[in-house]
Design a protein around this ligand. Structure first.
Ligand SMILES: Cc1ncc(COP(=O)(O)O)c(C=O)c1O
Length: 433
């Protein structure tokens, strides 16, 4: 074991032995080189006033060397905010600005102890860091049966963890906290569970209400009280797009400081919230009452980043920081929220008109980008193919009965026609069967 990794492990073990137990083999072995190129270079940046010959970038006239053909289209930005490497943990001003926004958006985080957000190459990367640090063969990763397919690749295929599903909805069509609790308690023999909570949910567009939120927190706590170490990841990809009377905050805030055997990890980012899918800017934030544990987890996270992508792209961090600080940010965000909410409301209005009831139900939704139909008479995949080939309509088939519709991509004026055509195709398929 590298001595620096051993020291981080000692710090974590001293601060909270349960968090140490949660770490995967890779999580225990990883560290961010204290005396490596990046730290020496950072030291030189502060002190080498004459010649700084530390890092593999290039300077000209005291500025980052660059090509005119690139800078000409980006002239609003200073070369230092585009071309230099961003630190492995991300641009400090961006981390600060995101933390401020996170607390403003999630008042339940106020007064809780959590790390600074560390910048990731968007949310998938954040999830993959969690998988690297905490998941390994035999570990249970608990997700609802309606989930984002990439969890399987990130935790199951890549890290060899066991994916355990529970039904997302209960018999009352509410969040199935009882199912979640049972799945966590079933991990008792191994003493460890990784729970991924994703609200607004992909693919259904569901976010629980406040009372359901309380039962989720209780379910996690029951696991911890039964002696299970629970890593709880809140995948807040679609955060903020809450159109109805659901929770309007991440559950992360409620989980912070709840129990020493619970490690809350918040995965969020600009991707969907700020409509910058290709920028690849996300964040990972840890909750712990112990500042030393937080600092050590940050070092281990930076170690994984250094070992995989070295550092995230600087230009997009600059663009997002610029947006967060811009005077029009909140107003523009609100405008787009209203557009998305208008689409969600229109979808409900169209679906509730009664004429589709023979062909499908829909899963409860109140947030996010998506909704999901539950087909009654035809299978999802042939319907998807017919829609695509004959009607030029793209949807996503999930399992036998579910068809995901990203209403985020459909203007309000087209929503009625879209569902009419899906209906027509379903009838056609049924007649042909
Ligand atoms: C639930 C969920 N989490 C995470 C992501 C990944 O986001 P990113 O593009 O920032 O990696 C997605 C993207 O579709 C998603 O639906």
């Amino acid at each position: 074991m590298n001595p620096q990794a051993a020291q981080l492990n000692d710090t974590i073990r001293d601060g909270n032995p349960h968090v140490y137990e949660m770490l995967s083999d890779l999580g225990r072995a990883i560290y961010f080189p204290k005396l490596g190129i990046l730290s020496q270079s950072a030291e030189a940046k502060a002190k080498a006033g004459k010649y700084n010959a530390t890092i593999g970038t290039a300077l000209e006239g005291g500025k980052a060397m660059h090509l005119g053909v690139i800078q000409d289209t980006l002239s609003a930005y200073d070369p230092k905010d585009l071309y230099d490497y961003a630190p492995a943990s991300g641009k400090p001003e961006l981390r600060e600005a995101w933390k401020k926004k996170m607390v403003a958006d999630n008042p339940s985080m106020e007064g809780k102890s959590f790390s600074h957000p560390i910048v990731t190459n968007a949310l998938t990367h954040g999830l993959s860091i969690v998988a690297d640090l905490f998941a390994g063969p035999g570990d249970a990763v608990i997700i609802p049966d309606k989930n984002w397919e990439n969890y399987e690749l990130t935790f199951g295929i890549r890290r060899g963890a066991d994916m355990m599903e529970y039904p997302l909805y209960n018999a009352d069509n509410r969040f199935n906290a009882e199912g979640l609790k049972e799945a966590i308690l079933a991990a008792k023999p191994s003493g460890k569970a990784i729970v991924v909570l994703n609200f607004p949910n992909n693919p259904t567009g569901y976010t629980p209400g406040a009372e359901e939120g309380r039962t989720i927190v209780e379910a996690v706590k029951a696991g911890a009280e039964a002696g299970i170490n629970v890593v709880v990841v809140t995948d807040d990809a679609y955060f903020g797009l809450f159109f109805e009377d659901s929770l309007h905050e991440s559950i992360f805030g409620q989980l912070c400081g709840l129990h020493p055997r619970i490690l809350p990890i918040k995965i969020d980012g600009a991707t969907k919230e700020e409509y910058v899918w290709g920028f690849r800017v996300g964040f990972i934030t840890y909750g712990s009452d112990n500042r030393d544990v937080l600092a050590a987890l940050e070092q281990k996270t930076m170690g994984i980043i250094r070992a995989t992508i070295s550092s995230g792209p600087h230009p997009s961090q600059t663009f997002v920081l610029h947006a967060l600080k811009a005077p029009g940010f909140e107003e523009q965000r609100k405008q787009k929220f209203e557009v998305m909410k208008g689409r969600a409301n229109r979808v409900k209005e169209v679906l509730d008109c009664g004429k589709y009831a023979e062909e499908w139900d829909y899963y409860p939704f109140n947030s996010g980008y998506f909704m999901c139909l539950k087909l009654k008479k035809v299978s999802a995949e042939p319907l998807r193919q017919l829609l695509l080939e004959k009607y030029g309509i793209g949807t996503i088939a999930l399992g036998d009965t579910d068809l995901r519709v990203a209403f985020s991509c459909i203007e309000e004026s087209g929503i009625s026609e879209l569902f009419d055509l899906i209906h027509q195709a379903a009838l056609e398929l049924e007649a042909a069967n």
